[in-house]
Design a protein around this ligand. Structure first.
Ligand SMILES: C[S@@+](CC[C@H](N)C(=O)[O-])C[C@H]1O[C@@H](n2cnc3c(N)ncnc32)[C@H](O)[C@@H]1O
Length: 207
């Protein structure tokens, strides 16, 4: 399991620039943020978990909110600090964040959880629940199909690893943590025709 995480971390350190260049800026996934923006007060405290180089997601969030971006790849975090100077950044593994309970009004995580061995997903969802304030929102990009693990030798020039549950299992796991679903939908992957991801907006109970 450790090796898979090292593969992902080393991979994004190596392909940081290539990923940023290839990253879509005005696609359906990015436009889903509009709904989160509408539901939160200006200045809300938002965690971007697996923020990468911060563009476009952290940058967009930071125009409205007080944002903390977290990524375990130091090249990604270095680039994010330059590109999104208004946000705060931490170089940490999002599965073991040393932050107090109830720290955030919302959590956003795009295309990061799908790189974490899926045995860790239930614990990660519980941690997100703990980090949110009562009624806090989480907008999460998750797997749409069942994929125990997939290791490819060349993703934008580096080895890369993916692992996730199917959409129904993801929604069950989130409900099991206490989250209530606001909406969920499969969004086609613009860089990989024929495949897609589950995007889910879920809410922590009031108290
Ligand atoms: C595909 S990129 C997405 C970046 C950004 N969220 C976006 O939508 O453009 C995935 C990012 O998640 C980070 N990541 C993957 N697993 C992580 C983990 N366990 N802890 C922290 N960051 C992680 C990677 O380093 C990478 O920067």
């Amino acid at each position: 399991m450790k090796n898979h995480k090292n593969t992902v971390k080393a991979g994004y350190n190596a392909i940081s620039e290539a990923y940023l260049e290839a990253r879509s800026r005005d696609s359906e996934d990015v436009r889903l943020l509009d709904d989160l923006v509408k539901r939160l007060p200006r200045g809300a405290r938002v965690l971007d978990a697996g923020c990468g180089a911060g563009v476009p997601i952290t940058r967009l969030l930071s125009t409205y909110f007080d944002v903390v971006g977290v990524d375990f790849a130091d090249t990604q975090i270095g680039r994010a600090r330059e590109l999104v100077p208004d946000a705060e950044f931490l170089c940490q593994d999002i599965t073991s964040l040393s932050l107090p309970a109830g720290s955030f009004d919302a959590i956003c995580s795009y295309y990061a959880i799908i790189h974490i061995p899926r045995q860790e997903h239930p614990g990660l969802f519980m941690q997100f629940y703990r980090l949110l304030k009562p009624s806090g929102l989480a907008l999460l990009c998750l797997g749409a199909d069942d994929l125990a693990e997939d290791l490819v030798e060349d993703y934008l020039g580096a080895p890369m690893f993916w692992s996730h549950f199917d959409a129904a299992t993801n929604l069950e796991l989130l409900a099991g943590c206490g989250f209530e679903e606001v909406w969920s939908r499969i969004v086609p992957d613009v860089s990989s025709p024929g495949s897609g991801h589950l995007f889910a907006l879920v809410q922590k109970r009031r108290a």
